[in-house]
Structure formats: C-alpha cells, structure tokens
Write a protein that binds this ligand. Sequence first.
Ligand SMILES: Nc1ncnc2c1ncn2[C@@H]1O[C@H](CCC(=O)c2cccc(C(=O)O)c2)[C@@H](O)[C@H]1O
Ligand SMILES: [Zn+2]
Length: 353
Amino acid sequence: MTQHLVDPRASRDLTAFIAELPKAELHVHHVGSASPRIVSELAARHPDSKVPTDPEALVDYFTFTDFAHFIDVYLSVVDLIRTPEDVRLLTYEVARDLARQQVRYAELTITPFSSTRRGIDERAFMDAIEDARKAAESEFGTVLRWCFDIPGEAGLEAAEETTRLATDDRLRPEGLVSFGLGGPEVGVERPQFKPYFDRAIAAGLHSVPHAGETTGPQTVWDALTHLRAERIGHGTSSAQDPKLLAHLAEHRIPLEVCPTSNIATRAVRTLDEHPIKEFVRAGVIVTVNSDDPPMFGTDLDNEYAVAARLLELDERGLAELAKNAVEASFLDAAGKARIAGEIDTYTAQWLGR
Ligand SMILES: Nc1ncnc2c1ncn2[C@@H]1O[C@H](CCC(=O)c2cccc(C(=O)O)c2)[C@@H](O)[C@H]1O
Ligand SMILES: [Zn+2]
C-alpha cells in the first residue's frame, strides 16, 4: 500500500489547489471505500474475521500480490458488513470522506448481491443506503448516486439477482442511475451478461461495466458491443489497440481511469508506465478516479496529483480534468452546470490571487 496520501512529486501549490477543487468521482466502490477506522471498528465487532482490528496492521493487510489476492482481501471486508446498520454507517462515512475532498457528486459502485447473499434483508439494505444518501446530501452537500454491479465471477445467478434488485420497482432505490460489472475479468466473458444489461438499460439505467482492467482490449470491445457501455471502468488495455482508442474518442466514451489502483493490483507495473497519457493523446475523454481508496492507500485528491504529474497539468488542466468527470457523469444538465460553474469560479479566484 502507498504510504503517502499526497504524491510527493506534485508541487505544494498544486496540492493545495487540488484539495479545494470541487470534484466529481465516477468510479469508487462502496466497500472498497471503508476507511481504516471503519474497517477496524467492524473487525472488532466480528472477532471471527481474519481482518486486523489495528488500523496500522491494515497497511500490510492491504498490500496485494496480484488482482486475485486483492479480490480475496476485498471479500474479507465484505464479510464484515452484516447488518443494515453496518451498511448505513459505511455509506454515511464514505460520503463524509468524499465531502472532505470537496467531492460534490459521486457515483458509488455497490454490489447488492454480495450483501443479500450474506443474509442482509434486501428491503433493509435499500433503506440503509438511501437513508445515508439523503443524510449525506443534507449534512455534507455531497450528492450520491448508485451503480449496482454484477460480481461477474459469481456467475449468472449473481447477474439475475443484481438485475432483479436494480429493476424491481418495489426495491429499486431512488439514487440508482447505472448498472455495472466488476470482479476478475479472466474467464468471465462480457457477452454472457448481455441479457441482464439489456434489461437494466430498458429500465432506464446507464451501462458502465469494468473492462480492460486485467484483460486485453477485446474485453473493452465486448463491453461496447454487447453491454452497450457508455463509459468504461478502467479500460487500461485499450492502449494496446489504436482502433479501439480511435473508436472511444470518436464515440466520446469516457474512460474511468484509476492510476494508483492499477499499480496496487499489479495490473500495471509502475505509474510511469500507465497509459493515461496515450489516452489523452488519442483524444479519449479521461476521468480520474480512486476505485478503492483506503485499500490502495490513496484518495481522489492524490489521484489528481498523480494525473497532474503524468499528464503535466497545471491548474487549468486540472480544472478541465475535473470538468471531464462532471460532463461524463449521469447528473442532469442543471447539476452539471452548477458544479462546472463552481470549478470555473474556484479556478479563476485561485489564479487571480
Ligand atoms: N478494481 C476493481 N475491479 C473489479 N472489481 C472491483 C474492483 N474494486 C472493487 N471491486 C469489487 O470487487 C467485487 C468482486 C466480487 C466478486 O468477484 C465475487 C465473486 C464471487 C462471490 C462473491 C460474493 O460476494 O460472494 C463476490 C465486486 O463487488 C466489485 O465491485
Ligand atoms: Zn472498480
């Protein structure tokens, strides 16, 4: 796990600019956002778990040998969330962490299947996230929306259950805007999920599967063709296929890039080898996101600092990056205009100091 929250190579001034820059976060997982304090609190409540109760020990626990190891650890944290009150607490605290970073709007990826199969009542689960969403908006001013994702490796039973929870009018939460697909990609072909995405899209949800995080560009093509992806989670391996990059640019399909995540799960070897610059060069819309921030020793501010270094951005460039996320979000036009306006005002004030 990265020890420093702020990339030490980012200039002091840019770090301060980023800290107060109004932002939107489009790719961040619910359980993967649990702070060390919340994880240790939950671990202490459930002593049968292998998750350490000492926040210091979590640094080691959150050091991953590969993507499969990361998913193993991730599921051990999922196992700690056992009651609707755990769900509410987690969601509310995640919103507090986002608000602290001036995140005005976030689409949080939630895997309801993982909770319902562990025995949490589905109605109580929906009420818990909605209750936290409303509290977060009124208390912190951060607007939360949900993406329900299928844990692909859990198979078509998980796909069916996730689709039901996302489309049943009696259950579907008000904050739900999109439908995703997560977990390992190897051996989990995207096309088999087409019927589920078709149903979710017919119910008015946006399509935002992970693709090209741990497998090649064909997975991204499959997500576009079969799952009608409107944005791609990661899409890292798109860099290997110039035709795909041209397609993403032409059709204005944004990538949800999560640089530190890709290093932590060993999907990419080093930050300097990350293809984010190639995406920008090819004209692809890039958004920067944190994925599972405490597990990867990062937060959204740090991801902006990393992007500033890799893309050689100044304050104006960072403001454009933040506006990419606003524009690529599923907010309505008035909501987008409000946050984009805030970004412009803040940047003009900062540069005019
Ligand atoms: N970077 C990431 N890239 C991809 N996904 C990521 C990333 N970060 C977090 N996730 C999450 O990982 C989970 C995977 C869960 C999973 O595979 C699984 C398999 C079998 C059974 C069960 C169960 O619950 O019983 C779960 C998903 O919830 C997903 O949202
Ligand atoms: Zn993800």
